[in-house]
Design a protein around this ligand. Structure first.
Ligand code: FRU
Length: 503
């Protein structure tokens, strides 16, 4: 089967995000760019909208916007479910499953049986469509129950290089590093953790190098660790640590203290404590994010699951499309240093959206309708300075007035919060996720909104040039109206660029 044989997956919604045609989806798996195509595999139940029968679904795209869904790539069987993992292109045919001229694609995934998780291998010699489970599985087994989510990459040691696997002992809050020459035999290198956020199990790690502010002589390594619960917005969330990897050991630039035994047992950390760590997203709905293999260092791109284990199984589906969950926008990652010299991750959407309308105002008091009755996806880039206003509010309302969300930035505290009311949504959904900006006088939002179904949409808010991001599902249906209000004075230099993608 080739990609052109299959119909495009895009239905009426979402317009900018990947969602399968039907059924349950969670983590992105095996993100790989190969021969001009982005492959997205994902945790998928081929038989229903519940988290069960875990297999790898599969979709491809040339532009990260329009996706073609294919037959599931790796199916669960009587022995194990196919949990999360990664794919590499084995260019040197080190595994022997292909040839040097036609390198195989190799997947490392977790074979999950009750009480036992080990790492297993599957390979594809047709470019990622048909997969064969290796008959020597498992390839890495510690005899434990929560060892999972292998992310594999090629490490360049200045010589021939070797494969490195990053995986977690989830309950121990540890990331384990192993190495291999052929993807089939793995030897232990080192471990990281427990450290930093430990309020839940650690899952779906990733690790990669990035140049600081584009300076190729100043390269740092970024370790991503998802944890559930214990995230900064409650429930699941993903934090990052910047440091150095010498081919054996990862060392954080600013080491996080090891938790006490009591903390590990009790699990709860205060917001103040969590604020000290790096988070890829301050919203509740960005989890298990991992990056593509096969792109250059400056093109490092992440996709995450746009949901939260707190309520993912209870988000309303709609009769016309029986499915659960979507992925976040693909996000290009870079590193920068803040005024204190601390390395910070930056994210920018990796897809384009043409500006259709620009609103320019010297100053603005009270309310302005930015866009009315937008049916479909919208991107609003809003910039201003505070003038004498105390705060700014953006209201996103369903035209039917059933749903409303307010995003507010406060001048004094630098806090941006999203008030999520959640009528008709499951328990655990209500709340006001927030993030605090360093630059308090400026307002610089890049806001992306899309429908997931007839009741649920998503917001991704990139602020402070992508250094702070907040992603949330919202109970606001399309068509929507966007209104912005300056509270307690007026804003200066107001500009909004608006783009819509309608039905
Ligand atoms: C993270 C996770 C992974 C696991 C997968 C199972 O969301 O719990 O640790 O491999 O989902 O679907």
């Amino acid at each position: 089967m080739t990609p052109t044989d299959l119909p495009p997956v895009r239905t009426a919604s979402p317009r900018l995000h990947f969602a399968p045609r039907n059924n349950w989806m969670n983590d992105p798996n095996g993100l790989v760019f190969h021969d001009g195509l982005y492959h997205l595999y994902f945790q998928y139940n081929p038989q229903g909208v519940e988290h069960a029968n875990l297999s790898w679904g599969h979709a491809t795209s040339t532009d990260l916007v329009r996706w073609t869904e294919h037959d599931p790539a790796i199916l669960w069987d009587d022995d194990a479910q196919i949990f999360s993992g990664s794919v590499v292109v084995d260019h040197g045919n080190t595994s022997g499953f292909g040839t040097a001229e036609a390198p195989p694609l190799v997947a490392l995934y977790t074979a999950a049986a009750p009480g036992h998780q080990s790492q297993a291998l599957a390979y594809s010699t047709d470019g990622g469509y048909v997969w064969t489970k290796y008959d020597g599985n498992p390839v890495l087994d510690r005899g434990t129950s929560d060892f999972r989510d292998p992310k594999v990459f090629r490490y360049d040691d200045g010589g021939d290089g070797y494969w490195v696997m990053v995986a977690v002992e989830a309950e121990d809050r540890q990331v384990l590093f192993h190495r291999s020459d052929d993807l089939k035999t793995w030897t232990y290198l080192s471990s990281y953790g427990p450290a930093g956020p430990v309020g839940g199990v650690w899952e779906c790690p990733d690790m990669f190098p990035l140049a600081v502010d584009g300076d190729e002589t100043d390269v740092r390594w970024v370790l991503l660790i998802s944890l559930n619960p214990g995230g900064i917005a409650g429930g699941s969330g993903t934090h990052y640590v910047v440091g150095d990897f010498d081919g054996t050991t990862f060392r954080a630039s600013v080491p996080h203290a090891a938790p006490t035994r009591e903390l590990l047992r009790a699990g709860s950390q205060t917001r103040d404590e969590l604020e000290r760590y790096g988070w890829i997203d301050f919203g509740p709905d960005c989890y298990a994010g991992v990056t593509f293999d096969g792109l250059s260092r400056s093109e490092r791109t992440l996709i995450a699951w746009m949901d939260n284990w707190k309520y993912a199984g209870r988000i309303p589906t709609h009769d016309s499309d029986e499915r659960r969950s979507a992925m976040t926008l693909p996000r290009r990652l870079s590193l920068t240093r803040d005024a204190e010299g601390v390395e910070r991750l930056r994210q920018h959407p990796a897809i384009g959206f043409e500006v259709e309308e620009s609103i320019d105002l010297l100053s603005m008091a009270g309310g302005v309708a930015l866009a009315e009755r937008v049916a479909g996806a919208a991107r609003i880039r809003f910039t201003a300075t505070f003038g004498d206003a105390q705060s700014i509010e953006l209201h996103i309302e369903s035209a039917s007035e059933e749903g409303r969300v307010v995003i507010r930035q406060d001048r004094t505290s630098g806090r941006v919060e999203l008030e999520r009311l959640g009528e008709g949504m499951p328990s655990g959904f209500r709340g006001s996720p927030s993030m605090t900006l360093d630059r308090r006088d400026e307002i610089g939002w890049d806001l992306w909104v899309d429908d997931l179904n007839e009741r649920v949409s998503s917001v991704e808010l990139f602020a402070q040039n992508g250094e702070r991001v907040l992603t949330a599902l919202i109970p606001v249906a399309s068509p929507r109206t966007y209104t912005v209000t300056a509270v307690g004075g007026s804003l200066d230099g107001v500009r909004a660029d608006i783009a819509e993608r309608g039905c």
